[in-house]
Design a binder for this molecule. Sequence first.
Ligand SMILES: [Zn+2]
Length: 63
Amino acid sequence: MEHHELLIEAQMPGEVLYVCSRPDCGRRLVAGVDGLTVIDKGDFFATHSGGSPGLRMNVSVIR
Ligand SMILES: [Zn+2]
């Protein structure tokens, strides 16, 4: 199974926008206080992880 790294593209109070580091994937999601919202599915079969130190618990593994 492929594993992709998510990068923080934008950070707002209570919300972080993550973008997959693989240009051919394009997964994008928002991690907020209510959980995760996927904007673009990208490569559905790859696992995604990433996060800032403060949010790592919430987004350590993202499908
Ligand atoms: Zn990806």
